[in-house]
Design a protein around this ligand. Structure first.
Ligand code: ADP
Ligand code: MG
Length: 594
């Protein structure tokens, strides 16, 4: 006798529920997506006990017709696709018609809905294992779906759930992941009676970010809008002052559908590269749109993963889109969050309005100002308005906002200055890197980059392919001050280097420069490539972290900064100066009220 049997519809939905419903967060995800598909402009989510006890999602979308009620909780029943072709251009979140059926298979479910074009609404009450009961009900148009006692009759699944606290946290996360990219839609999340999130519809992206990610993130947001071929990347990222210890704030969506994809995370993280400390992750929300024919959303039951044709190209576009934004000089409003919105008031990037010179207050002693050997690179720099004698602690730098007393250096990394309203802390390497970067760029642009002929050319022994690759770049490198030639086999001769690198550049240093240049890996004729080389050169010619500085050298650094555009961030977008106000110190030490 044959042994194969066709499973009952109940068994089928129970089995597929195992794939679709992981826990409260996935119920919430499916219900939010249904509401978005119903063109809701406001979605309310309320959970109790981490969503294990109950979940209620209400929307003001187009609702369901009375006739649809018996079908909505049946497996593979959907209003969103009809045929194969529809799948290729799917614009809705749902299409498998499995969510409500899956939920009904593992929890008690009630739905109250009214279609916009019907006078009377409907109500469906479904208990696990029983036929749903359908009746009439009244409601403004829209839908409310309530889910109670998730997995109550499936002890094995229930055991796998986390505590209400962790499950609740996952729900918060999934709501934020949907709310962040859809700032056109209002979202409210109530957790055990407490309003966790309350975002009005049509919110500005910045306000939405403040509401979801926290007020401290909003001032550091930068917009991403990038198109390459048929790929468009849009969204926001936080400049690297704001990072997280996990990937929990890396949000990606493809055609607005939230997805998780390590390739996208890797692309973004590599764009931040050295801007992130080890173990820190960026904060971003990026939506990718591309030719719908290149995306297959039908590969995962919860549609969390999608298959992309030529995913590498998409990843590299994402990388470039982020990179570009991080390279932009920061707008001057950066960091000017109203103080009371800062969750943890602390060091702010220094962005004081530049003080206008008050003539006669202190006379300029520019011509008496010494340039020391350590900073022979100050040529071309105007010393106007800078005062202070050699050995003086006091230095007046109007461009940085006034008169400072040089307190000294900390850990050979930071320069500390005192001024009337507090302290400035300067990252000596980052600040000088910006100085060198701007200077080099000027020199490269004007075609007058001073180079230094090496007395003894440096011979580099590279991997064979590396040697070939470097030689291919000889023309570009020449423009950037590095003239190189082949020396047979894997060897390369470096004959000149940009003058700014100084006289004692070692072979190891040149090798590491070459390594970094090879690592840029972009289109070699591009602006971007040249810019990267300028950055690499700037980095290697800047004062090192760890280098002790005399007061004169500190003064010279300040002078150089005063003459440098974009001085408040290094070429990678990190801040160069932090300010701690006297008020902040007083607050911290309890000298004034909180
Ligand atoms: P899918 O979303 O894949 O179509 P679901 O099981 O999530 O499958 O939902 C089944 C159907 O129920 C949907 O196709 C839609 O017609 C209807 N529906 C579900 N939720 C809502 C809602 N909030 N508003 C309007 N219609 C809904
Ligand atoms: Mg759905």
């Amino acid at each position: 006798m044959g042994r194969i049997r066709v499973l009952s519809p109940d068994m089928v939905s129970f089995i597929s529920a195992g794939e679709v419903i992981d826990g409260p967060w996935s119920v919430v995800k499916e219900l939010i997506e249904n509401s978005l598909d119903a063109a809701a402009t406001h979605i309310d989510v309320e959970i109790k006990g981490g969503g294990i006890d109950s979940i209620v999602v209400s929307d003001n979308g187009h609702g369901m017709a009375h006739d649809d009620m018996p079908l909505c909780t049946r497996g593979h029943s959907t209003s969103k696709v009809r045929n194969r072709e529809d799948l290729d251009t799917i614009a809705t979140y749902g299409f498998r018609g499995e969510a409500l059926a899956s939920i009904a298979a593992v929890a008690d479910l009630h739905i109250v809905t009214r279609a916009a074009d019907e006078e009377i609404g409907s109500k469906l009450v479904s208990r696990v294992g029983e036929t749903p009961n359908i009746s009439s009900a009244s409601r403004p148009n829209g839908t409310t779906v309530g889910v109670t006692d998730l997995f109550a009759r499936i002890p094995a699944r229930k055991k796998q759930l986390g505590t209400p606290k962790t499950e609740g946290q996952r729900v918060v996360d999934v709501v934020m992941r949907h709310a962040m990219p859809r700032f056109d839609v209002g979202f409210r999340l109530i957790k055990d009676g407490e309003v966790i999130l309350d975002c009005p519809p049509e919110q500005s992206p910045r306000d939405r970010a403040a509401a979801t990610w926290g007020a401290e993130v909003a001032p550091h947001l930068a917009e991403v809008h990038f198109t390459k071929d048929s790929i468009t990347i849009k969204g926001f990222l936080a400049r690297p002052l704001v990072t997280r210890g996990t990937r929990a704030r890396e949000y990606f969506s493809i055609h607005n559908r939230p997805v998780e994809d390590m390739r996208l995370s890797t692309a973004v993280e590599s764009a931040y590269s050295t801007l992130l400390m080890r173990g820190r992750y960026p904060v971003c929300v990026l939506d990718i749109s591309l030719d719908p024919m290149r995306v297959d959303v039908n590969v995962h039951p919860t549609k969390r993963e999608v298959r992309i044709k030529d995913a590498e190209e998409v990843a590299s576009a994402v990388r470039e889109s982020v990179r570009r934004v991080l390279l932009e000089p920061q707008p001057s409003t950066f960091g000017q969050a109203p103080e009371d919105t800062l969750a943890e008031p602390s060091l702010e990037p220094f962005l004081m309005e530049e003080e206008t010179e008050k003539p006669g207050v202190l006379s300029s002693s520019a011509d008496r100002h010494p340039t020391t050997a350590a900073f022979s690179l100050l040529e071309g720099v105007s010393l106007e308005g800078v005062t202070g004698e050699t050995g003086d602690d006091i230095v007046r730098v109007p461009a940085l906002g006034g008169t400072f007393r040089i307190v000294g250096q900390v850990h050979n990394l930071y320069v500390v200055l005192e001024f009337q309203n507090g302290l400035l802390i300067i990252d000596q390497h980052a600040a000088h890197e910006r100085v060198m970067y701007e200077r080099l760029r000027r020199q490269v642009n004007s075609g007058a980059l001073p180079v230094q002929e090496l007395l003894e050319p440096i011979v580099l022994r590279l991997q064979h392919t590396d040697a070939e690759n470097v030689l291919e770049l000889a023309d570009v490198l020449e423009k950037m001050g590095y003239s190189i030639s082949g020396f047979g086999g894997n060897e390369i001769l470096v004959k000149t280097i940009p003058d700014v690198l100084g006289h004692q550049v070692s072979e190891t240093e040149v090798i590491s420069i070459v390594d970094e240049i090879l690592g840029i890996g972009a289109d070699h004729a591009s602006e971007h490539f040249m810019d990267e080389i300028v950055k690499i050169t700037a980095c290697h010619s800047a004062i090192r972290a760890g280098q002790p500085l005399s007061k004169d050298e500190i003064r010279n650094l300040l002078v150089a900064m005063a003459n440098t555009p974009n001085r408040y961030s290094c070429p990678h977008g990190r801040p160069t100066i932090l300010r701690v106000s006297t008020q902040e110190l007083e607050k911290r030490f309890g000298r004034i009220g909180h």
